[in-house]
Design a protein around this ligand. Structure first.
Ligand code: NAD
Ligand code: FES
Length: 276
């Protein structure tokens, strides 16, 4: 069993942080990589990009939003309990290099994935400008942690309850107008990554996005995670999860992500009814 050693609820309980004992993964993992976790024998395999690792303590940190049956089940796990299986690190790590100025754009729970990459870009000697956004102030996550690894931090909320009133993409345009930027990393909802990439294409700035298609084995065998990048089929689990945002077919990804929405809703409702 992979034991939970720390558990926090964020965003009013809709987002949960688990720090988990997984020494072999913690020692090997690099920013941008993910794991696949299963709560129990019959549990669904859920891919989650690591929000942090501590090789000395031998732990990995995962931050997930409760969106369906499996994540609702994960939420019931307490400190001292754990996950039956965790495999990883999977996927390719982020290529961290000094590009001068890097801009890190995160939306919602995507900020959790962006945090170790932002820290890595800072450690690589970049000036790092970060832009993070949430629907409202009370669901914004990791503001202090992102501030600590950024030279400049801009916060946005859709409802104007904190920081800039509007989407992260609006602030991104201002930042690109004022700075010579070598790289943009955008992680969050698919529409956010799509529009970040559209904007940076106009400015001619290299852009990385982290894709989250449906995954099954996570090792390149099932084809479930296929995405089209530059007109070619790629498997996000082994060729990604990060890709050049200017080449990704975001509309196809959106369609594929909708494939099981109705079944997921039904499964979640049944789980909630059973628990009640
Ligand atoms: P959300 O829908 O509340 O959006 C968060 C922020 O993204 C918004 O505040 C806004 O600034 C920006 N945004 C959203 N739509 C936009 C648009 N059309 N144009 C420009 N900016 C836009 O996010 P949420 O409810 O926290 O959902 C998190 C999403 O992130 C889920 O869809 C989840 O699957 C995804 N996610 C992706 C990864 C990844 O690795 N790519 C990791 C974690 C979560
Ligand atoms: Fe099966 Fe990627 S998850 S090929």
């Amino acid at each position: 069993m992979f034991k939970i050693v720390r558990r926090e609820e964020m965003s009013g309980g809709t987002v949960v942080l688990n720090e988990i004992e997984a020494p072999l993964i913690a020692r090997k993992a690099k920013p941008g990589q993910f794991v696949i976790i299963k709560a129990n024998e019959t549990g669904e395999r859920v891919p989650l990009t690591m929000a942090d690792t501590d090789p000395v303590k031998g732990t990995i940190t995962l931050i997930y939003m409760v969106v369906g049956k499996s994540t609702a089940l994960f939420k019931t796990l307490k400190v001292g309990e754990g996950y039956q299986d965790i495999i990883g690190p999977l996927g390719k790590p982020t290529h961290l290099e000094n590009v001068g100025t890097a801009v890190c754009v995160g939306g919602g729970t995507g900020i959790a994935v962006l945090h170790p990459i932002t820290r890595g870009l800072k450690q690589a000697g970049n000036k790092v400008i970060s832009i993070i956004g949430a629907r409202s102030k009370n669901i914004l996550i990791l503001e202090d942690q992102m501030r600590a690894v950024s030279d400049e931090l801009h916060v946005c909320t859709d409802d104007g309850s904190y920081g800039h009133h509007g989407f992260v993409t609006e602030v991104l345009k201002t930042v690109l107008d004022k700075n010579k930027v070598g790289l943009v990393v955008g992680i969050g909802p698919v529409p956010m990554m799509k529009f970040v990439s559209k904007i940076t294409k106009d400015y001619g700035v290299k852009t990385l996005v982290s894709l989250n298609p449906i995954m099954i084995d996570g090792t390149g065998m099932c084809g479930g995670c296929r995405v089209t990048v530059g007109g070619k089929t790629q498997f996000a689990c082994v060729d990604g999860p990060e890709f050049d945002g200017h080449l990704v077919d975001f509309d196809e990804l959106t369609l594929r992500l909708q494939a099981y929405c109705e079944d997921e809703k039904e499964c979640y409702n049944n789980f909630c009814t059973l628990k009640a």
